[in-house]
Design a protein around this ligand. Structure first.
Ligand code: AMP
Length: 245
């Protein structure tokens, strides 16, 4: 049986299954413009709280690489910096959230991205007596996003570099596997502008949507990744406590 958070160092705590069920599930959503550092934060948060992580951008990129029917439907939209249609992505995420792995909590990144997606998520959770615990907005101004994303390079294995902020030892080559670094099609400057426009137009309304539900928590994504993480972790711990009370 895994240790319960906060019980480390206590003498043989008495636990039973009923007690474990009392620990409220954490159903979290990361929101923010492209390049805000959501992926970096997600990596840390999944470790902190042991949550399964669903990043729709990664799921879709894998589907494109594997040439699955989902990938075939999504590719053109993604290359253009457009959102894939709601009905394509909603089914994928709702299915993931029904899995055993997600039964005690989850972290979503990149979903929901539109109000219809948020409505679909809320409805599906409500149907099974679950709810969102918190929505974490990592905010970064547009010019910073352009700087970050246009310098981003990725290796075959998915390791991410930045030509200025985190360059590889040898230009254009991955430090780990030596493969050529490439620029994602959607990280090209004209596509970044498009993605930002799509974010402001279609995703930003979710800020108000979740504020109205008192679920939104804001974080300054221009701070260092460690600062942002400390702030988010403290906030999530508080959300969990509030839920327990
Ligand atoms: P990301 O890596 O999250 O920036 O996602 C990359 C691309 O995948 C986006 O520009 C969209 O084309 C697509 N995508 C990811 N998540 C969604 C979503 N929830 N709804 C629609 N399209 C999405």
């Amino acid at each position: 049986m895994p240790d319960l958070p906060g019980t480390e160092g206590l003498d043989a705590p008495v636990r039973n299954d009923a007690a474990i069920e009392l620990v409220p599930e954490l159903n979290l959503i990361l929101v923010g413009p492209p390049g805000a550092g959501k992926g970096t934060q997600a990596e840390k948060l999944t470790e902190d709280f042991g949550l399964p992580y669903y990043a729709t951008g990664n799921i879709l990129r894998d589907a494109v690489a594997e040439g699955t029917p989902l990938g075939k439907k999504a590719k053109e939209y993604m290359d253009n910096g457009d959102l894939v249609p709601d009905d394509v992505i909603i089914g994928v995420i709702l299915e993931a959230l029904e899995s055993d792995e997600a039964a005690n909590g989850f972290l979503l990144d990149g979903f929901p991205r539109t109000v219809p997606q948020a409505d679909a998520l809320e409805g599906a959770l409500e149907n099974v007596g679950r709810k969102i615990s918190g929505v974490l907005l990592v905010d970064v101004p547009d010019d910073e996003v352009v700087k970050r994303l246009s310098g981003r390079r990725v290796s075959k294995s998915g390791r991410v570099y930045h030509v200025d902020f985190d360059p590889p030892k040898q230009e254009g080559r991955c430090d780990i596997d030596g493969s050529d670094l490439i620029q994602r099609d959607d990280d090209k400057p004209e596509t970044i502008r498009k993605r930002l426009a799509v974010y402001h137009d279609q995703t930003e309304p979710l800020v108000q949507y979740y504020e109205d539900r008192d679920l939104l928590r804001r974080f300054d994504g221009t701070r260092s990744p460690t600062d942002v993480h400390d702030h988010i972790r403290a906030t999530v711990a508080t959300l969990r406590l509030e839920d327990e009370l």
